[in-house]
Ligand binder design. Structure first.
Ligand code: PLP
Length: 361
């Protein structure tokens, strides 16, 4: 067996321990005589799996009782529509546009009502987070929407926006469980799990109960109502059973590692290794303003497209894979989620140093 260092932005590296345990349980899950893949979602065995996963997530994030945890499908992108369909009672919401994903959500919301762009960092290729301490926020907004960690551009809110009393909705797909969060500051926190939490196919929505109502926009399909899934404890229809099972294992792994405070320390330590190198390198440089840098996604460039391509090619051959930047920005991006070991980042930096020596003039 030969595992590479996988710097993919998602689907992404998962803890080896989790994968091995799942492999051991593949044919016979704990004496059930079948794989979790083959199991009825209505069975007692599966009920334990999903309930335990939810409880472990609640423990990790300290989720208050007045929030529901929903395991849904459709990816994070489906939430771009589900959020306005369920929450846009006044048909007006505010969006802070800090990257492609926030922009897509903003554009989707325009189908359902008025989406007000409260701030944007598009003027500088989304390389910073706008000052959100005193935004001009219309009174009648239903919610304020952010993408908390911008996967493509490598920025992260270090402080949540001042929503002036409006419900905060956050896409945390690429920073999910990377550090502690105060759930009470949000109305909705959601994320596709395929970056930090599990395999693609599951999106987790953590939503305050008072936001779950029958009063959705006319024409909202049953499957796109939060109430449908909340009332059925995420078992209204067949859920992404296997994906939820793996998420559950990742939650247990996170608990064993010491929880989200420990993950934050580890993630800060790993990111520092890479950012410190970039800050003194004569060849590579980061593309984001230092104060808004993400701990999860680290974009960098040499300033020369040919050299970028050469780096990606040589890095791949050396076992450092998926370092090519997003197709819309070019350059490189190292995604260093929870499951990326520190050793992987250290080795990448050593490789970058060597490349610099060989290629700087
Ligand atoms: N939001 C963020 C922050 C993302 O990084 C992504 C995907 O990379 C998405 C949304 C879209 O996720 P999905 O492919 O699950 O729809």
């Amino acid at each position: 067996m030969s595992r590479v260092y996988n710097f993919s932005a998602g689907p992404a590296v998962l803890p080896e321990e989790v994968l091995k345990e799942a492999a051991d349980e593949m044919l016979d899950y704990r004496g059930s005589g079948m794989s979790v893949m083959e199991m009825s979602h209505r069975s007692k065995v599966y009920d334990n799996i999903i309930k335990e996963a939810e409880q472990d997530l609640r423990d990790l994030m300290n989720i208050p009782d007045n929030y529901k945890v929903l395991f849904l499908q459709g990816g994070a992108s489906q939430q771009f529509a589900m959020i306005p369909m369920n929450l846009m009672k006044n048909r007006k919401a505010g969006y802070i546009v800090t990257g492609q994903w926030a922009k897509k959500a903003y554009q989707e919301a325009q189908i359902y009502g008025e989406a007000v762009k409260l701030a944007s960092s598009e003027d500088k290729t989304f390389s910073y987070i706008p000052d959100c301490s005193d935004l001009d926020i219309p009174e009648d907004l239903d919610y304020v929407y952010i993408c908390e960690n911008n996967t493509i551009y490598g920025t992260k809110y270090k402080k949540l926006p001042n929503t002036k009393g409006h419900t905060l909705v956050a896409d945390v797909s690429s920073c999910f469980l990377s550090e502690p969060v105060d759930v009470t500051k949000y109305g909705v926190i959601y994320g596709g799990v395929q970056k930090n939490v599990g395999p693609a196919g599951v999106v987790i929505v953590i939503i305050r109960e008072d936001l779950i109502t029958e009063d959705t926009l006319p024409g909202t399909p049953t499957m796109l109502k939060y109430k449908t899934h909340a009332d059925a404890d995420s078992l209204y229809n067949t859920p992404p059973c296997y994906g939820i099972y793996i998420c559950g294992k990742v939650f247990k792994w996170l608990k064993k590692m010491g929880g989200l405070s420990v993950m934050k320390e580890r993630n800060e330590e790993k990111a520092k290794i890479l950012y410190d190198f970039l800050d003194q390198s004569k060849l590579f440089h980061g593309t984001v303003v230092p104060e808004d840098r993400s701990l999860m996604n680290v974009p960098f460039v040499t300033g020369n497209e040919e050299l970028d391509a050469k780096f990606v090619k040589e890095a791949t051959a050396a076992g450092f894979v998926n370092l090519k930047g997003h197709r819309t920005v070019g350059g490189m991006r190292a995604s260093i989620y929870n499951a990326m070991p520190k050793e992987g980042v250290e080795k990448l930096v050593a490789f970058m140093k060597k490349f610099e020596e060989e290629n700087a003039n």
